[in-house]
Design a protein around this ligand. Structure first.
Ligand code: FAD
Length: 408
């Protein structure tokens, strides 16, 4: 059998390149296919999309050799402040505050813009001797045979490997073609996403204001800029998105408050309808799912990409160890180790995100009082607070080696 690569990756968004580099570094030959032209996400325009990366994710990027390209444009997250708010009243007093100085490891994480992350991944992928990128082509079919899997691309090209990994996002065709169903639901919410300029320094603090319709996250970027993830009902989000820039800012100001002084828009505005979509299995014969293809979740805790990077680190470690033992990397019993490692963690994260969204995205006075008392207790107990800070930094649980900043 002639193999084009050991591992074929469908999807070259963010988890695809991270996985390609992790596998390429341990000697696997990898071919990654993406529908978009390369560089489509790494242009010079500031498009306002940014990710709150946990410290563990930053360690993975450092271990993959891409952090040095990103570091100068990343904003350390020094403080996380959580408060209740209502439109027109601005944020209330903080109910919970996490300060990175309470743990020894440094900042809890970093805010990184999509364009810098995408650009760093592209140059590392193109320079890697074990990774081949095919852009502007789509996977349209996949066929599993004993010992191999073959992908057919829209261009008519076909690629054969020992394993295919679907990194093709929330509507994963890789999962669908393998007959893997999904479960989840629509949250009835849409996130409005934009970047803003502001007059006063943010001092590295991220804010989450819990409004009755959904959270408003204000995430610091370098300089006097923040990335905003502002969640409303679908109808309200459509109305606000339909306003001109001045009208949009008029809606944002009373929710935002005045703690950063005057605010203005610093780029394009986006909307993301929110739904939960979890694959019923993360694996099948000669197939694994990673990132949003396995689990698309609510952005309330900013954990989507962090969870994807955990999948990347776990799968790369399982496959590398399997090859060292002389095992066939596409076999179900090998892939089952990856699924076992990740499924429980993902289920826990989804349950926590669901509970947080239900508890906070409403105006029920009993629920408000209960959660404020609960959070007040967490805030008053330094040991418990440190636990939450380590959790936010991604430093808890059974961490794969790359998330500890170590090579596999
Ligand atoms: C509003 C919002 C805010 C968020 N904020 C955060 C945050 O602060 N922190 C965080 O950790 N996460 C955050 N997330 C989550 C994060 O954006 C996602 O988890 C992450 O982008 C998923 O990356 P991915 O590579 O799995 O999928 P994607 O980025 O969706 O990439 C999929 C890729 O697959 C390609 N593709 C699809 N089908 C095919 C095909 N048939 N053939 C070839 N290529 C194909 C597409 O072109 C695309 O490039 C947020 C999400 C939202 C909606």
């Amino acid at each position: 059998m002639k193999f084009d690569a050991d591992i074929l990756i469908a999807g070259g968004g963010l988890n695809g390149p991270a996985l390609a580099l992790a596998l390429g570094d341990t000697g696997f030959k990898v071919t990654m296919v993406d529908a978009l032209p390369k560089g489509a996400r790494g242009g010079d325009d500031f498009d306002g999309r940014g990710y709150a990366l946990a410290l563990a994710s930053q360690r993975l990027l450092a271990a993959l050799g891409v952090w040095s390209q990103i570091a100068a444009d990343a904003q350390p997250l020094l403080d996380i402040r959580i408060s209740d708010g209502r439109p027109g009243e601005g944020p209330g007093p903080f109910i919970l505050e996490f300060d990175h100085a309470e743990i020894d490891e440094g900042p809890m994480g970093y805010m990184v813009e999509d364009r810098f992350l995408s650009r760093a991944f592209l140059s590392a992928v193109e320079a890697h001797p074990n990774v081949t990128l095919i852009d502007q082509d789509s996977v349209v079919a996949q066929e599993v045979a004993p010992g191999s899997v073959t992908l057919t691309l829209a261009s008519g090209k076909s690629l054969t490997g020992r394993l295919v990994v679907g990194c093709d996002g929330r509507r994963s065709g890789t999962a669908e073609r393998a007959g893997i169903g999904r479960h989840g639901h629509d949250y009835g919410q849409t996130s409005l996403v934009c970047a803003i300029d502001h007059a006063l320094p943010h001092n590295g603090a991220a804010h989450q204001f819990f409004m009755p319709a959904g959270p408003l996250a204000i995430l610091p970027l370098p300089g006097r800029q923040c990335s905003i993830v502002w969640t409303e009902t679908h109808e309200e989000a459509a109305r606000i998105h339909g306003l001109d820039d001045a009208g949009y800012l008029d809606e944002l100001r009373p929710r935002f408050g005045s703690f950063l002084g005057d605010i203005g828009l610093a780029g394009k505005r986006f909307t993301y309808p929110l739904n939960l979509t979890i694959a019923n299995s993360f694996i099948a014969d000669r197939l694994a799912l990673v990132g949003d293809a396995a689990h698309g979740m609510h952005p309330i805790a900013g954990q989507g990409l962090n969870a994807g990077f955990k999948d990347v680190a776990a799968l790369a470690e399982v496959l590398t160890q399997a090859r060292r033992r002389g095992e066939d990397i596409g076999r179900l019993d090998v892939l089952e180790r990856y699924q076992e490692w990740r499924r429980f963690d993902v289920a826990q994260m989804v349950a926590a995100t669901e509970a947080t969204n239900r508890l906070f995205s409403n105006d029920n006075p009993i629920l408000r009082a209960t959660r404020d008392i609960g959070l007040g207790i967490v805030n008053a107990l330094p040991g418990l607070r440190r636990g939450f800070i380590r959790e936010a930094a991604g430093l808890t649980g059974d961490l794969p080696r790359l998330l500890q900043g170590r090579q596999i």
